[in-house]
Design a binder for this molecule. Structure first.
Ligand code: TPP
Ligand code: MG
Length: 475
């Protein structure tokens, strides 16, 4: 990584562009070289056939597997095969270990170049003006919400916050490609999905302030949003627990023959948890319609991906579990939209899991409890913030279609700023939930240890009243 930083300069960035490579935390991913489908007159005519073929694994049954044997390994002169459960396996007489990595890394699918221009002859799902404008304006809203809530935390008005800077396209474009009936299980850096589905700025503010209008009754840390109305399962702090849950949820959708899938988000760090592997394997074996979206942003707090895994990112892990998988440029809203759209079609029509690995650097600190300049160089952050900014890139494309202008930009920003300031003020002024709510809802009859805790809490508050917020009703 050090050398990446030392050697990076605008000349090198230019050089990287010239060779169509994306330099992501010390390693390069090439973008796939798209071939146009000669049978199609329009880009879209070949979709989703071509993009679906980019997914790196085909699900196969044992009988099919026999026919799909890789001729490269069929070196036994007798040309025999071992008929073993799971499919036929050819023999080889050489001691040949398969490598832990392949020389050529899995390419990264993109539609827009760094200047927001369409790559020639690429496959993508068409986006009309109305959709593109909503996608772009929601990306801006998300960015502004992050900026203002982050400041509110710095001012001591909320206890914690976490931004999605750099990952706005993943948030919004993935949400745009889904149906509102799809059940979303977030990690925590995906509030944009909820924003897209209609969760209001006031609802976001209420949750962060933990007031009595918060659907979670102020019991969760800020950013732990959830909404049954919007099919968005509440964020839970322990990393990766949502993956096996998503497999189970998808399986229940399958049993109920619903035209919907589960969509679960996970960070690169989350893939080191056992639950990641359990979730993928369950989904593969049970053929559950779930999309695993792994946001590879290069960092898990201060742990770089070089210390997280030695594989070619996460996309190959999907393949290892027999799940069709694709790597996507997470700074490219059109690529994310097209890939998730195709993934959803596959998950539902084939009734099985799909994995999408997005590459987009975490531009902000991990959270308000972190200072990322302590462990990563400023110019690396700056490069992703400026040169690879997903919002700016998508704006260029939307503007090039004459769908957005400077005037609309200014109006949108001013309106959202007003709404956010108002939402923060209202949330701050709204009472906190009463103390009794802290102990209700979970059990029909509270167990003795919970009753004991409540008693102790009340005694402590009486004794040290000055240390407790005065706006919390003790009833
Ligand atoms: C089981 C578990 N272990 C550790 C933590 C502490 N923790 C919170 S966020 C985080 C980093 C996760 O990184 P990643 O999955 O890459 O997501 P990102 O923050 O980059 O979006 C860690 C280690 C936790 N919440 N749960
Ligand atoms: Mg990460």
């Amino acid at each position: 990584m050090g050398s990446w930083v030392r050697t990076r300069s605008s000349a090198i960035v230019h050089h990287i562009r010239a060779f169509s490579m994306m330099d992501f935390r010390g390693s390069s991913w090439s973008y796939p070289n798209f071939q146009s489908d000669s049978s199609s007159t329009l880009l879209l005519c070949s979709f989703p056939y071509n993009i679906a073929s980019l997914f790196s694994v085909k699900r196969f049954k044992s009988t099919v597997a026999g026919k799909q044997l890789d001729p490269q390994h069929a070196t036994d002169s007798h040309n025999q095969a071992l008929d073993f459960p799971g499919g036929k396996v050819t023999y080889t007489s050489g001691i040949k270990f398969i490598l832990g990595f392949s020389e050529k890394r899995i390419p990264c699918y993109r539609v827009l170049d760094d200047d927001g221009e369409l790559i020639r002859e690429c496959d993508f799902e068409q986006v009309n003006k109305e959709l593109a404008v909503k996608m772009y304006s929601d990306m801006v809203t998300l960015q502004m919400m992050d900026t203002l809530f982050y400041e509110a935390q710095r001012q001591g008005r909320i206890s914690f916050y976490l931004t999605s800077f750099g990952e706005e396209a993943i948030n919004i474009a993935s949400a745009a490609a889904l149906s509102k009936h799809d059940i979303v299980l977030p990690q925590y850096r995906e509030p944009g999905v909820l924003l897209w589905r209609g969760f209001t700025l006031q609802e976001f503010a209420n949750q962060c302030f933990g007031n009595k209008a918060d659907g979670g009754k102020g019991r969760q840390m800020p950013i732990h949003y959830g909404s049954s109305k919007h099919n968005y399962v509440t964020v839970s702090s322990p990393i990766a627990t949502q993956l096996p849950q998503a497999a189970g949820m998808a399986y229940s959708l399958k049993m109920d023959k619903k035209d919907a899938c589960a969509v679960v988000f996970i960070g690169d760090g989350g893939t080191s948890e056992g639950d990641f592997h359990a979730g993928l394997n369950f989904a593969a074996v049970m053929e559950a319609p779930v999309i695993f979206v792994c946001r590879n942003n290069g960092w898990a707090i201060s742990t770089p991906i070089s210390e997280q895994f030695r594989s070619d990112g996460i996309v190959v892990k999907g393949q290892a579990y027999g799940i069709p998988s694709i790597r996507v440029d997470g700074t490219d809203a059109l690529a994310v939209y097209s890939a998730i759209h195709a993934a959803r079609n596959m998950a539902i029509s084939e009734q099985g899991p799909v994995l999408v690995e997005t590459l987009a650097y975490r531009v902000g600190h991990h959270s308000t409890s972190d200072d990322s300049t302590k462990y990563r160089p400023l110019d690396e952050i700056e490069y992703w913030k400026m040169d690879r900014n997903p919002v700016n890139k998508f704006r260029k494309w939307v503007e090039s279609n004459s769908w957005w202008s400077e005037r609309e930009e200014a109006e949108h920003r001013s309106s959202i700023k007003k709404q956010l300031l108002q939402a923060i003020q209202v949330a701050e002024r709204t009472e906190k939930p009463p103390l009794t709510e802290l102990f209700s809802d979970v059990y029909d009859l509270p167990p003795s240890n919970l009753l004991e805790q409540e008693k102790q809490l009340r005694q402590t508050i009486n004794k040290h009243a000055q240390d407790f917020p005065s706006d919390v009703s003790l009833n």
